[in-house]
Design a protein around this ligand. Structure first.
Ligand code: ASP
Length: 405
């Protein structure tokens, strides 16, 4: 009778309870109450996750690379991972564009052209391609840790991992230290993850209570369009990849990935979901070393949900501004949305900031983002869920590819 519920079960119950409490609070006009008294518990949980991300990524990546014990193998895992990421993201853009055009063609997008003048949004300045690449490489290791600059932390892990392998026997002490420190961080990670139902419940109650009205608002169909893309991409691309490349049935895949998917949905941060994604990937049979390489990289550069959202949002804003997109412009959207999603950080709202890059490429005023900013969290929940699912699928597939050799 006293059988303990598994973590996925607890998370699903927390999600449902959060929706119910959120609906009750929305009906009772208690949106502010949820923001003041429930959301902070979710924030505490996310803070704890953020606090362990840097050591988790650093130690698990170094340990993974060292266990592969061969930089050639690391290279092989690396290119397969990046190839998977690029292909799935390009497909995501195409799916996003197909749905956006279906909705636009059927006249389902709301006409907000009258509000374009009042749209306000200030875009961030872009440093340019080469400066962005230069910024991957840290000048100071501690700065990278302090700012949780994940790309730099990945580069540091690669450099240290490779150097430990190169140093051979002499690096034994460092290698043992990494192993031992990772065992400690793994325990800590287990503890923080066990608190995830609290994070899911409080965030969900808060979002439903405060954003409920927005869902019914004029942008409901644009949000629906993005969600059609998210669902189709997950069902088609990830199910097929899991089945044909990793030999995992779609039902098993989604069942085992569900804790990370639900948590990503509520937290809207791929980076914060990383420790939970690692557990799910291992549950799906992904090799520990490969997962600890693929997942942090994926949480930083692989954003299929973000790519779909950027395509849908771009077509919607183009339609509002009376622009008819040509096939050539659609190709520009696919290319820029793929790049923009790679540049998107695994943090809440980051995809909307990078949307500016796609709009600029098409000559659409960036200020138009102001039209959709209020409901960004609703787009973000779905896109983060998809982003994380893609990373987990990739680690299962790359594990299979590596073991098939
Ligand atoms: N929130 C997303 C993530 O963490 C990024 C985005 O805003 O698109 O994956």
């Amino acid at each position: 009778m006293s059988k303990k519920l598994s973590l996925p079960q607890q998370i699903i119950i927390a999600l449902i309870a959060g929706i119910v409490v959120g609906l009750i609070c929305a009906a009772a006009g208690l949106g502010d109450f949820t923001a003041q008294w429930l959301k902070p518990f979710g924030d505490i949980f996310v803070n704890l996750l953020k606090f362990i991300i840097v050591p988790v990524v650093l130690l698990s990546m170094i340990q993974g690379i060292v266990s592969m014990n061969d930089m050639k193998k690391v290279g092989a895992v690396g290119w397969k991972t990046v190839a998977f990421f690029l292909c799935t993201t390009a497909i995501a853009c195409i799916i996003g564009l197909i749905f956006a055009n279906i909705f636009r063609g059927a006249g389902l997008f709301p006409d907000l052209s009258a509000e374009l003048g009042s749209a306000e949004y200030e875009a961030r300045e872009y440093a340019g391609l080469m400066s962005t690449i230069v910024a991957f490489f840290p000048t100071n290791m501690w700065d990278a840790f302090l700012n949780a600059n994940m790309l730099q932390v990945i580069v540091i892990s690669l450099l240290f991992g490779g150097s430990i392998i190169a140093a051979g026997e002499k690096a034994k002490l460092v290698k043992d230290f990494v192993d031992s420190a990772y065992s400690v961080i793994e325990k800590l990670m287990g503890f923080v993850i066990s608190l995830s139902p609290i994070g899911v419940f409080t965030y969900m109650a808060w979002v439903v209570a405060t954003q409920g009205a927005n869902i019914i608002g004029s942008l409901a169909l644009v949000i629906l369009c993005a969600y059609c893309g998210y669902v189709v991409h997950a069902v088609l691309v990830y199910s097929m990849a899991a089945k044909s490349f990793a030999g995992i049935s779609p039902i098993e895949f989604f069942k085992k990935a569900s804790p990370a998917m639900v948590f990503a949905f509520t937290s809207t941060s791929s980076a914060a979901t990383l420790p939970i994604s690692e557990e799910c990937a291992r549950d799906l049979g992904a090799d520990k070393d490969i997962a600890s390489f693929v997942l942090p990289l994926g949480a930083t550069i692989n954003m299929d949900g973000t790519a779909i959202y950027q395509c849908v949002a771009t077509v919607f804003l183009a339609t509002c501004s009376g622009m008819n997109l040509t096939i050539g412009q659609m190709v520009v959207i696919v290319v820029t949305a793929t790049l923009a999603s790679i540049g998107t950080a695994g943090a809440p709202g980051a995809g909307m900031i990078m949307l500016a890059m796609v709009l600029e490429a098409l000559g659409i005023p960036v200020a138009y983002i102001g039209l959709i900013v209020a409901v960004d969290r609703l787009f973000d929940m779905g896109r983060t869920c998809l982003n994380v699912t893609g990373d987990i699928a990739c680690s299962a597939c790359v594990t299979k590819w590596q073991s098939a050799k």
